[in-house]
Design a protein around this ligand. Structure first.
Ligand SMILES: [Zn+2]
Length: 171
């Protein structure tokens, strides 16, 4: 597996997260089948294996808390068998909102990796920085901008309605 892109400089911080971000993008691509905004997330265990997956299901389930991150965190906690996700990494296609940033801090995740920034509602550096707030005693590491262009393209296509409008369901 070669993740290197010829015209892109080697990025030692972001390159290791490109493969898991592709898994999150796969989750995101399944969301619009239900009319949901395509945001996807995976949680990686300490050994790097995927232990939780989620995609935005707010429309599908009518649940205002049905964001990709929350659903992936819940599945990961079930897999681990407790609420602490120490040593785990959340990988999500869009910068987390305040609710998800709160859930990330409370679940003691070690790291958050996200793709596209959310200038309007992001709580991991854009509008707020809940995750790295110095007043909190647990502050996960944040790595932003992994496959950012692909992550934001998916959202742009969804909102333009050019990509998913004609499809009744995906998978
Ligand atoms: Zn959220």
């Amino acid at each position: 597996m070669n993740e290197a892109v010829p015209d892109q400089p080697h990025d030692p911080v972001r390159d290791p997260w490109r493969a898991p971000m592709r898994a999150a993008l796969e989750e995101a691509a399944r969301a619009p089948g239900t009319g949901d905004v395509p945001v996807g997330a995976v949680v990686l265990g300490p050994d790097g294996s995927v232990i939780g997956r989620g995609r935005n299901e707010r429309e599908a389930t009518g649940d205002p808390t049905g964001h990709a991150e929350v659903l992936a965190i819940r599945e990961a906690a079930r897999a681990v068998g407790e609420w602490r996700l120490s040593g785990c990494t959340l990988v999500v296609t869009l910068e987390p909102c305040t609710m998800c940033a709160g859930a990330i801090v409370l679940s003691r995740l070690e790291r958050v990796v996200y793709g596209a920034a959310d200038e309007k509602a992001g709580a991991a550096g854009s509008l707020w920085d809940v995750i790295r707030d110095r007043r909190l005693n647990h502050r996960p590491e944040v790595i932003e901008g992994v496959l950012a262009e692909e992550c934001s393209d998916l959202l742009t296509r969804f909102f333009r309605g050019t990509d998913f409008g004609a499809r009744p369901t995906i998978r």
